[in-house]
Design a protein around this ligand. Structure first.
Ligand SMILES: Nc1ncnc2c1ncn2[C@@H]1O[C@H](COP(=O)(O)OP(=O)(O)OP(=O)(O)O)[C@@H](O)[C@H]1O
Ligand SMILES: [Mg+2]
Length: 357
């Protein structure tokens, strides 16, 4: 049975800028279950990263969560006997103790911009070691017959932190990890920095990994290795993954379910196979047509979606996708706002074609 880890309910994030208010996330709803991978796809600017940052309670200024809830069913990582607590992330002080104990240890994020999250004066080993000392414990004594509830934990020692750092660097495919553990960010290539970020995120064995374009800067063999590592940790740890990407091939391989975003809202959600083979929303269909096909002549241009993403200050009336939609129904789509409906069991869509209007 699917058990929710995080429920995002009607999330709104707004940016107040000189010319007005930009709705970066505009009523986004989603459940992330324990141990499952959920893919998030959509064109640039549709709100994927801002949603992810909201879950971490790290919305960048001048952005603000203006409405909605992010409910986290919080378990004690080292004491599963303790009852699960219900935490509303949006209500936590972004600099407070509670979110800081969740961030890094229980929710980890691989950012789209790896450099911004590494401190230039710290070595890779220091970065990973710091995360470990804050968020990871090791079993005190491991007796063969010890019942699990008797397990006691202690902090990681400096020497162990170094050993785990080297092991993690090796797992993410950094060459000569014994040397690279002492390297500074500027001594690493872009792809290596991204792998260090991944090593930091995974070192504390989080309940949820938010991976925002995690493998964009990597070549395909390293990418495959990282994806395998994520899956391995997912199985051993029951880790959930929110996988944000423009690479539909990768998302098809990783995700059990896919949610499609447009202009800050979810417009379609179902299991991966159905989203790929029986997409319902005209926007999803258009997105899928933009995937390059094997065998297609390389001189042929990729299909891109007709028209442009609307100006955030002048959003279209009715369905925000209607000016670009091949199935546009005049007098309906430009007037009525589509609802989020279950068009068939476990297949959700926000489109008037399925509302019988
Ligand atoms: N610092 C900011 N100031 C003003 N508006 C912002 C800011 N950051 C994001 N936004 C707005 O929020 C929207 C969503 O941004 P977000 O970064 O979540 O997009 P995304 O889906 O991650 O895109 P990409 O695929 O390019 O990474 C943007 O279209 C933009 O209008
Ligand atoms: Mg982004």
């Amino acid at each position: 049975m699917a058990e929710p880890l995080v429920e995002i309910k009607d999330l709104h994030v707004e940016f107040e800028v000189r010319d007005g208010i930009i709705k970066g996330v505009d009523g986004f709803t989603l459940t992330i279950n324990r141990g499952e991978t959920l893919g998030v796809i959509g064109e640039s600017g549709c709100g994927k990263s801002i949603t992810a940052k909201a879950v971490m309670q790290m919305v960048p200024k001048p952005g603000k969560i203006t409405d909605g809830e992010i409910i986290y069913y919080r378990r004690d990582k080292y004491n599963p006997q303790k009852p699960t607590r219900i935490v509303n992330i949006t209500k936590l002080d972004p600099d407070g103790d509670e979110i800081r104990s969740i961030r890094g240890g229980e929710f980890a994020m691989i950012f789209q911009e790896p450099m911004s999250s590494l401190t230039p004066v710290y070595t890779t080993g220091t970065h990973i070691g710091e995360a470990l000392s804050l968020h990871r414990l090791l079993p005190k004594t491991v007796g063969e017959h010890m019942a699990e509830q008797m397990m006691q934990y202690r902090p990681v020692t400096k020497q162990e932190a170094r050993e785990i750092s080297i092991e993690m660097l090796q797992k993410v495919g950094i060459p000569k990890p014994h040397e690279r553990v002492d390297a500074y960010p500027h001594q690493l290539s872009g792809g290596q920095r991204q792998r260090v970020m991944i090593a930091i995120a995974l070192s504390c064995q989080p309940f949820m990994l938010i991976a925002d374009e995690p493998t964009t800067a990597l070549d395909v063999s390293i990418e495959a290795q990282i994806l395998d590592l994520m899956r391995e940790l997912q199985e051993s740890m029951e880790m959930s993954i929110m996988f944000i990407t423009h690479n539909l091939g990768v998302v098809a391989e990783m995700a059990k379910e896919i949610v499609v975003m447009y202009m800050g809202k979810q417009v379609e959600k179902s299991d991966t196979v159905r989203v790929f083979y029986e997409p319902k929303h005209p926007y999803t269909r258009a997105l899928l047509q933009s995937i390059p096909k094997v065998g297609k002549r390389s001189s042929e241009r990729l299909a891109s979606i007709k028209g442009m993403v609307p100006d955030p200050f002048h959003l279209p009336k009715g369905c925000v996708f209607h000016p670009r939609c091949p199935s546009f129904m005049p007098g309906k789509c430009d007037v009525l706002t589509p609802n989020w409906i279950e068009a068939e069991p476990d297949h959700w869509v926000r489109c008037l074609l399925y509302e019988g209007v």
